[in-house]
Write a protein of this length. Sequence first.
Lengths: 385, 146
Amino acid sequence: MTEKVGIVGIGHAKFGKRTDVTLRELAHEAVTPALEDAELDVKDIDASVIGVASEEFAAQVSPAILVHDYVGMEDKPVFRVEAACATGSAAVRAAWALIKSGLAKVVLVVGAETMTHLGTLGATEVIARAGDTRWEYPFGVTFPGFYALMTTAHMDKYGTTREQLSMVSVKNHMYGAMNPNAHIQRKITLEEAMKSAMICSPLNLYDCCLISDGAAAVVLASEEKAKSISDTPIWLVGLGAASDTMLVSERENLTELKATKMAADRAYGMAGITAKDVDVAVVHDCFTIAEIMAYEDLGFCRKGEGGKFIEEKQSYIGGKTPTNTDGGLKSKGHPLGATGISMTIEITKQLRGEAGKRQVNGAEIGLSHNVGEAGQYCFVHVYCR
Amino acid sequence: MKKLALGYVSCLPQTQLVTKFLEELKNERLMGTRCRKCGTKYLPPRAHCKCGSEDVEWFEASHRGKILTYTLIGFPPKSMSKHAPYVVAIAELEDGSRLLAQLTGVTLKTLRVGMPVQVASRPLSKDKIVYEFKPIEPSCGCAKRS
């Protein structure tokens, strides 16, 4: 198991309300720059892995071939990966395994989702059905609702404040304003964030990520191939994944995501690093509380001190662990299947030194953390130059 | 797409397990299942244990417990719009079981973590029933139903 797997090409479509394109065209918008970045032709690719989370969002049953065919992969192997909001990172993991197994040497990973056509209420409904449809969904609990339950518990146990939640939102909008691919490229004030409309108490509008259309693509290659394709391959050196109970009510601790802790331990162990070695991170901020819990569960700070971590600006560039330098799900947007791949792209840019105004100087080790549902799925990847 | 609605799921089959659970709920009995092999308890009930055993028996869960956490849902899924806003909570019952349900008879001002609650049956129509949490009056401590 000494052969590494490298990232040799990245391509990112503009996230947002994209009524100008269909799912396949949006995917194409990400694949073309990914191939150009790798200086590869589509015929150089051995296989593809496609991440699309929902057929209801895609308005297409079995959407993988739709994307695969449109980008010209035709007779090459393809399959689809799904892990709710963590679909993109699951696809990267599957591609890594294809290469490590020897089944393929160069793999195209594409994540895409079109969500805005259902409207906010409709999209909330579809996502809510990722919750247990027999025993939890019928009480009207949404995904903001599940995270709001964790927020109430976190505030009660650790004294996390309303203000600290909004501080996460302010930071992510600040970095999102510097990201040309972000859905909303606008800075917000703390006051604006705190006064926004209540969605599920104590979470308000600015605590919630965006419902977006978007696509992202990366090209992964075996060590030998990666070195011949790219002068600056970024290596995927730690992959950790875990899961948790389907019923959120069954969990012993409602102030953490157990799957994050387990996935992080596995990824750190494989990479031979600790949380302190991470120079830059992208974490799953579907809701502001999720970013605060991620600081804690990934080990960036002690349990219960996530609120203090953002208050002290430790997750800003210049702090202990710069986090969500691309604007996160909050500002960049969260097109489910694309999100995890977009995370891999941000870390690749940071480690290549290509993040421009958002660059963490000298970043050598990066981490991405992608959660599916309310912690039912979790994927942590560790990257190095 | 079939609609889901408060308390029941029209697109899933009404299995023997669910039928029994709802019949008992009509009599104000909250039933879970327990694995005869490893002793793990499930509320809501499961037909199979996570240990792999299919040998599960019914048990009656406690009706009383305390709120572990809650949220007031102001922005519901589309099919639940007419019910909003409503409170969803997770409670731990006296026997250690944990359950998610709506909590009625409270306001955000009176709500707090640790608040004692009881589980009550709430008929929705002639053949539909759901369980909900209600606060236990602190003055008398009795399981008053409204």
